[in-house]
Ligand binder design. Structure first.
Ligand SMILES: [Zn+2]
Length: 433
């Protein structure tokens, strides 16, 4: 039995989305499951913990959930910037991706995991090629991951891709690993034809996993769906039964009122990716309207080719700021709502709120300690406001996943950074020559 105890911290649990600050609280976890969160003096446990962390002068929060990324795309960071989405994919990304080896995906993903753990991300939802390799990287460093092999219907090897992704998802669904939650990932309605999409929907329901898909990312995506289906991407996918499965839609930028109703009614999770949407000039999502319906909205960084980092705190700040300027309403997406999107909202969007997203007894212990000893976090009028409007990812001091300390005092314990940089350098040399 492994006991972890974090003592005398300031805690925001995010339980039921509540961002209230509790002073001098303690959290205890046994074998990775939270058993106590409450006033330090209320802890009854007499057992000596295996790991004791002093939380004073720190803020303890649920770990951030990155609800949409392609972690191995760290390899592409800075290689193709300042382009629109479709030429960026067709001319820059897909030709290099065709050359990716298992090693490239492993080391690219591990670099992404290092960046995320340093920034307080404890769980990421990933769609990429060679998912076994990305998953191996996540398992080696201990981060929580929802992996899925990307499915494209418009390539010559589409059938092989589908069979491989299906075999991968079946295998990992059967393993029931506590930190690996597989999905199926048809890339998007404009790259996966109807017949293949219907097979994916059937497979997801049969295996009992969720679907991770890009939806309504650009105005072009909407025009293509109108041409192909005579409907918006959301209504077209609703029409073919996609939302009968559990679905996480990444981006969801261009939505009609009816689209938003469908998303809310069918409990479609949304990964809002403001940084990527800004950089690719895709548009500004209707986050305030989505949240008003009670839709499950989380945040995603998207891949490092289009962001260019995996800093979820930056996405939370962007989400709050863009919602205000785009609606002319400074009360749209307040700090607490942005913090919820970064934690519990993300967990709900990827269907993992039964086990993560908030600090409550019974949930797995995914949490972070933020160092409050910094000039930009003084004075402490409101820590949830500080997290969104003032804090930096580098303020995260300790990152814990499933009760295991993966970063202590800003030092990663499960990833060898010099080795990772060297291996990534070798991959980049081979891919980009
Ligand atoms: Zn994406």
């Amino acid at each position: 039995m492994a006991i972890l105890r974090i003592e005398n911290a300031q805690i925001i649990t995010m339980a039921d989305g509540d961002a209230t600050l509790h002073e001098c609280w303690t959290l205890e976890a046994v074998d990775g499951a939270i058993t106590y969160v409450g006033p330090s003096e209320g802890l009854q446990s007499a057992a000596e913990p295996d790991e004791r962390i002093d939380g004073s002068d720190c803020l303890l929060l649920p770990g951030f959930v990155n609800a949409h990324t392609h972690a191995a795309m760290t390899l592409f960071r800075g290689s193709a910037d300042d382009m629109p989405l479709e030429p960026w994919l067709h001319e820059k990304i897909w030709p290099i991706e065709a050359k990716l080896t298992a090693d490239d995906v492993y080391w690219g993903t591990l670099l992404g995991c290092a960046e995320m753990l340093r920034a307080g991300v404890t769980c990421f939802n990933d769609m990429y090629h060679l998912p076994r390799e990305g998953t191996r990287a996540a398992m080696d460093c201990g981060i929580r991951m929802c992996p899925a092999g990307v499915l494209l219907g418009i390539v010559p090897n589409a059938e092989d891709m589908f069979e491989e992704a299906l075999a991968f998802t079946r295998e990992f669904a059967r393993r029931d690993d506590l930190c690996i939650h597989p999905m199926l990932a048809p890339h998007a309605p404009y790259t996966v034809p109807r017949e293949l999409m219907e097979r994916v929907i059937g497979a997801a329901q049969e295996i009992g996993v969720a679907i991770h898909i890009h939806l309504a990312e650009t105005a072009d995506n909407v025009a293509t769906a109108m041409k192909t289906y005579g409907a918006t991407p959301i209504q077209a996918m609703d029409g073919i039964g996609l939302f009968e499965a559990k679905v996480l839609g990444a981006h969801c930028v261009h939505l009609s009122d009816r689209d938003i109703e469908i998303i809310a009614q069918k409990h479609v999770g949304v990964a809002h990716c403001p940084g990527s949407n800004l950089k690719l000039a895709s548009g500004i999502a209707r986050t305030r309207d989505l949240l008003a319906t009670g839709a499950h909205v989380g945040l995603g960084t998207d891949g490092s080719g289009s962001n260019n980092n995996l800093d979820l705190l930056e996405e939370a700040r962007l989400a709050a700021l863009i919602a205000k300027v785009s609606t002319g309403d400074p009360t749209a997406v307040p700090a607490e709502a942005a913090l919820e999107m970064a934690t519990l909202g993300g967990a709900r969007a990827i269907f993992l709120d039964y086990c993560v997203g908030s600090l409550e007894p019974g949930k797995r212990c995914d949490c972070i300690l933020v160092d409050l000893d910094a000039p930009h976090l003084q004075p402490r009028h409101c820590l949830s406001s500080h997290m969104i409007y003032s804090a930096q990812a580098s303020d995260v001091k300790t990152t814990i996943v499933d009760g295991k300390v993966l970063m202590r005092d800003r030092e990663l314990l499960t990833i060898d950074l010099p080795e990772t940089y060297a291996k990534v350098g070798e991959s980049v040399e081979r891919l980009f020559g």
